[in-house]
Design a protein around this ligand. Structure first.
Ligand SMILES: *[C@@H]1O[C@H](CO)[C@@H](O)[C@H](O)[C@H]1NC(C)=O
Ligand SMILES: *[C@@H]1O[C@H](CO)[C@@H](O)[C@H](O)[C@H]1NC(C)=O
Ligand SMILES: *[C@@H]1O[C@H](CO)[C@@H](O)[C@H](O)[C@H]1NC(C)=O
Ligand SMILES: *[C@@H]1O[C@H](CO)[C@@H](O)[C@H](O)[C@H]1NC(C)=O
Length: 394
């Protein structure tokens, strides 16, 4: 009897110890969780940016453009009467969604690089700004671009700078994790602009307009821009040569060049990624435009386009929208031979499509995988690269 009682008591005191430990660990977890939860809600980069600003400039504190933007931002309401247009209920969901939010042009900025074109150094004189649209999860693409053609550097005496444009993807903790990724990258590389909108294909025009607005505030002095996707191979050495060779255009005159597309109109097949129903655009034709994989433009033209965006309703196809803005400004896009957003025609099946010799002369090619970009960038810089004449002239 006595033995049993003693064991029971020992057992219950152990149970007590265990319960106490459990309660303490749960409390610790709760505290950690609350801390973690508070942090992402207050974008810490605000503080970083303010600190960076104040170390650069000893002028009186005034709200940065970013914090001002966030505080004045009002949630953009769904336009309920969009559902009144005829045939609305039979449209694909992403197009219905587009129509509901078509008028929304302002979203809170999550990451900013306000000093990209200022800075204390001569590097503030940006000759070529690489503006690359990239979704949050495309970490590997951004990493390889930073090491290859989009490296920030002095090239032939002029500065190349880089900026990635991003929205958000997913919801809940998935979204928070990807936002954290971009935050970490931006801390290390100082090259990401991020806004809090769904980074979908049909929001690419929105992304473009938000960038132009940012440029108007923070980087009007950039002479030229390469505007493109994160899956292109761009020979930025050649690009600088070409831009420097332009007669009497130092970025202060019109330039908009790329893979020119003309005499086309909206795709009306509802299965297509590019499907644009009459409810979105009635007209059956698009103005001339350059393929959105990548195009070159002057700082001057970028600002003209920005002005036009104020009066043209958003069309979800971003490259066509650029063409609409140009047309309204009385300007046009031009074709550049070295821009191959539709890919390269390599003469025969028996030769290596990724032979660097085919890429020395070009400026830009669409659809490269990260490892292909890495190999190609090193390939074209190979000092002993031997190419036959036929390969040199595509
Ligand atoms: C359009 O939608 C709004 C909001 O849902 C509604 O109040 C209005 O009556 C509709 N108009 C027509 C013409 O159906
Ligand atoms: C809402 O949608 C209707 C129908 O498409 C359109 O006429 C109206 O201009 C839109 N309102 C706003 C604020 O964009
Ligand atoms: C973002 O847009 C895509 C395409 O329309 C859609 O599939 C996805 O659910 C959206 N995500 C959020 C969080 O709204
Ligand atoms: C664009 O982003 C906004 C904000 O996240 C979202 O409400 C809207 O659905 C998106 N539009 C499309 C077409 O994905």
């Amino acid at each position: 009897m006595g033995f049993i009682l003693a064991t029971k008591m020992r057992r219950s005191s152990r149970l007590l110890e265990f319960t106490a430990l459990l309660v303490i660990s749960i409390l610790c977890l709760v505290i950690i969780f609350i801390k973690e939860d508070i942090r992402p809600k207050k974008p810490s980069n605000h503080f970083q940016i303010n600190r960076r600003e104040s170390t650069y400039q000893n002028r009186p504190q005034k709200p940065t453009s970013e914090s001002a933007g966030v505080s004045t931002w009002v949630h953009c309401e769904r336009n309920e009467s969009a559902a009144n247009v005829s045939g609305f209920s039979s449209l694909p969901v992403h197009i219905q969604d587009f129509l509901f939010y078509r008028h929304c042009r302002h979203f809170p900025m999550l990451l900013d690089v306000p000093d990209k074109c200022r800075g204390p150094h001569k590097s503030a004189d940006v000759f070529l700004l690489l503006v690359i649209k990239s979704s949050p999860a495309n970490y590997d693409r951004r990493e390889v671009l930073r090491k290859t053609w989009a490296k920030e550097r002095l090239q032939n005496g002029v500065w190349i700078h880089r900026i990635f444009l991003s929205g958000t993807t997913g919801t809940g903790f998935e979204k928070r994790k990807l936002n954290k990724l971009l935050q970490l990258e931006n801390r290390e590389h100082n090259d990401i602009l991020q806004w809090d909108f769904n980074d979908s294909f049909f929001n690419l025009t929105l992304k473009q307009i938000l960038f132009l607005e940012w440029m108007d505030k923070n980087c009007r002095q950039a002479r030229f821009l390469l505007n493109g996707d994160d899956d292109i191979f761009a020979n930025t050495d050649n690009m600088v040569d070409y831009l420097q060779s332009l007669k009497d255009n130092d970025g202060d005159k019109h330039l908009f060049a790329g893979h020119l597309i003309r005499y086309v109109g909206p795709i009306r097949e509802s299965g297509s990624k590019y499907y644009v129903p009459v409810q979105v655009q009635e007209s059956d034709s698009y103005p001339p435009y350059c393929g959105g994989g990548g195009f070159l433009l002057s700082g001057n033209t970028a600002m003209v386009i920005y002005k036009m965006t104020h009066t043209i309703p958003i069309l979800p196809i971003d490259d066509v929208y650029m063409g609409m803005c140009l047309e309204k400004a009385g300007l046009g896009p031009e074709s550049h031979f070295g821009v191959r957003t539709a890919g390269l025609d390599v003469p025969s099946q028996n030769v290596d499509t990724y032979d660097p010799c085919y890429y020395r002369e070009i400026i830009l090619v669409h659809r490269f995988l990260p490892h292909q970009i890495y190999i190609m960038w090193h390939g074209i810089h190979e000092p002993n690269l031997k190419c036959s004449n036929s390969q040199g002239s595509l």
